[in-house]
Design a protein around this ligand. Structure first.
Ligand code: DGT
Ligand code: CA
Ligand code: CA
Ligand code: ZN
Length: 562
């Protein structure tokens, strides 16, 4: 099985490309292809032999060529070239937020610091006091801390991939396992996997699961293992009549559990992972989650809401939201094609979206000033529109919207004039450049864009990349207020590293009546599926179908964005 080898290769390549200051889009593309290959069930070598590399999710033509070169020759020339010109440790140092290619080069080449560990030591021993001011040194320290706490966590696709593999292994053995923990709640990052089963075979069987590298702890009712990629999985055994209570307990969150337990205590009862019990120890509930919630006097609470953010009161008052589902979506409103930095053609994206059952999509290639992503000029957009019109004739009633991910420039002005913008069906505005400005300036840029009559929504408002970059210190309350005032929409970008806006701010925006766009930001056909991560965030934000703009018919949507 060479999947992990190929995944490693692409990860190293991504790091080195980044270390050499090349464009972020490429870097992300390498890493997500790596994760996808690491987690897939098929063997990459087999697909390569069948010339089907490009069928792998997140693998486009460019990456397929590199995998081909590696499998044919055992080497990748680009990687070796980059390795030669990059001083030792630079990719590692760049994982620390606040350290870019130039600083990493300086640390390694001039100061001989080639790892995060050495950097920490040098900071502690005061060896960098002459080189960097106190603010910069503090930012290094914070960056190191953040890196260490994140490195232990996974993004959703990785966690889901690990769970799917386990589930199919257990499935083949006829062992039923339930998924609990933060993955079941759909949290954007997952620390470890928590499995629950009522089948006694499970505690031994898990040790033989492919990918298990180490058994950490093993007892009659619990086994903890570590997978090859460092992921920890806990499996716990319960009796049938305890299963529901165990699922409630280990799904969490901890705060939700504590609030439930307090409710039980108020009634003189006891709630734990084995069940709900009355004063005399008699079992009141435990076999099913529904039973536990019902007995406590409330509606069943969907896992995504179990964060103790008001869901318990809502469930007691029959006031839980009817959460939006993937099937409610009628279209996807952000995606890229080979016209800018996507890996699939316009036609491929459109037909794939139509085959997924959508009624409409927006093609939102980047605008001209995003040079690293091959942004489009007016002239190129006009050419693209002719292609869109032809496809629309052919694919009708499916409809492709002429759209753009429009760059908000440093001074808050936009890439195009109003006259041209008004010829688009839909305009999303994004802020990719100069995001190191101070909070006031960044907020001004977003506010200016949201006040422009031709802009329909703000894309990934904070521009965070989970585990790599904190969101911009933008004043989101002001952004929400401006969107509300001007009748604009805000986006939940489904790219697993982004998931931006997050659930807390999406909830606040929706409560203010600001429509939320949930989209994939796909750069390949496979990435169209990312919209489901966006839906997960929307659900964690308590959103109903009515709160999400792209659950509406095209007519209603266009009526609104005019
Ligand atoms: P993670 O793994 O860090 O992404 O987050 P979780 O939520 O999966 O947390 P984990 O794996 O430590 O524990 C799974 C669940 O078990 C957690 O969501 C709630 C429950 N739990 C763990 N420790 C405690 C505790 O001390 N008290 C209560 N009431 N519940 C706990
Ligand atoms: Ca967990
Ligand atoms: Ca756990
Ligand atoms: Zn973007």
């Amino acid at each position: 099985m060479r999947n992990s080898e190929v995944a490693e290769l692409l990860d190293r390549l991504g790091e080195l490309v980044e270390a050499n200051g090349e464009d972020r889009f490429k870097v992300i593309a390498y890493h997500r292809a790596a994760t996808s290959i690491r987690n897939m069930d098929e063997e990459v070598e087999q697909l390569w032999k069948e010339k089907k590399l490009e069928e792998i999710k997140y693998v486009g033509e460019g990456i397929a060529k590199k995998i081909d070169e590696f499998l044919r020759t055992g080497k990748l020339q680009l990687l070796e070239r980059l390795r030669e010109k990059t001083p030792a440790g630079v990719p590692l140092l760049m994982k620390v937020q606040g350290i870019g290619p130039r600083t990493a080069y300086h640390l390694s080449h001039d100061l001989g610091i080639t790892s995060v560990d050495e950097l920490r030591k040098a900071l502690a021993e005061g060896r960098l006091d002459d080189e960097f001011g106190p603010t910069v040194r503090e930012s290094f320290r914070l960056g190191i801390e953040r890196l260490e706490s994140f490195e232990k966590r996974m993004l959703l696709p990785e966690a889901e991939g690990a769970f799917q593999k386990m589930a199919s292994y257990f499935g083949a053995l006829g062992i039923r396992v339930g998924m609990a923990g933060s993955l079941r709640r759909g949290k954007s990052t997952v620390g470890d996997l928590d499995l629950i089963s009522t089948d006694p075979k499970v505690v031994e069987a898990i040790k033989g699961c492919p990918g298990v590298a180490q058994v950490i702890e093993s007892g009659p009712k619990r086994t903890s293992v570590k997978l090859e990629d460092g992921v920890q999985v806990d499996v716990r055994l319960f009796a049938e009549e305890e299963y529901g209570a165990a699922m409630v307990y280990f799904t969490g969150s901890k705060d939700h559990n504590i609030a439930l337990r307090n409710l039980a205590i108020e009634r003189g009862w006891k709630l734990n992972e084995y069940g709900l019990f009355d004063r005399a120890g008699g079992r009141l509930a435990g076999e099913t989650e529904e039973g536990v919630y019902r007995k406590l006097g409330m509606d069943y609470i969907p896992p995504e809401l179990r964060e103790n953010r008001g869901e318990i009161d809502a469930a007691r008052n029959r006031g839980l939201p009817r959460l939006v589902k993937f099937d409610d979506l009628r279209g996807d409103l952000q995606m890229h094609t080979t016209w800018s930095d996507g890996s699939a053609t316009l036609e491929e994206m459109a037909t794939a979206a139509r085959d997924r059952g959508y009624e409409y999509i927006a093609i939102t290639d980047h605008s001209v000033s995003v040079r690293v992503a091959n942004g489009l000029s007016e002239e190129r957009f006009r050419k693209q529109w002719r292609e869109i019109e032809k496809l629309n004739d052919r694919l009708s009633p499916f409809r492709i919207l002429k759209a753009v991910e429009l760059e908000i420039k440093s001074d808050g002005s936009l890439d195009f004039e109003k006259k041209l913008l008004d010829e688009f069906d839909l305009v999303g505005a994004s802020l990719h450049q100069n995001f190191r400005q101070d909070a006031r300036k960044l907020t001004e840029r977003a506010v200016k864009a949201l006040s422009h009559p031709s802009v329909d929504f703000l894309c990934h408002p904070t521009n965070r990349l989970i585990g790599r970059r904190e969101g911009n210190p933008i004043d989101l309350a002001k952004v929400v207020a401006t969107a509300k005032e001007n009748g604009k929409m805000l986006e939940i970008d489904g790219e697993p590293q982004r998931l931006d806006l997050d659930e807390v701010w999406s909830k606040r925006a929706a409560e203010e009546g600001v429509p939320i766009v949930v989209d994939s930001d796909a750069h390949s056909v496979g990435e169209l599926d990312n919209v489901s991560y966006g839906v997960t965030v929307a659900r964690r934000a308590w959103l109903e179908a009515k709160d999400v703009a792209n659950t509406k018919s095209l007519k209603t949507l266009l009526g609104r964005v005019g």
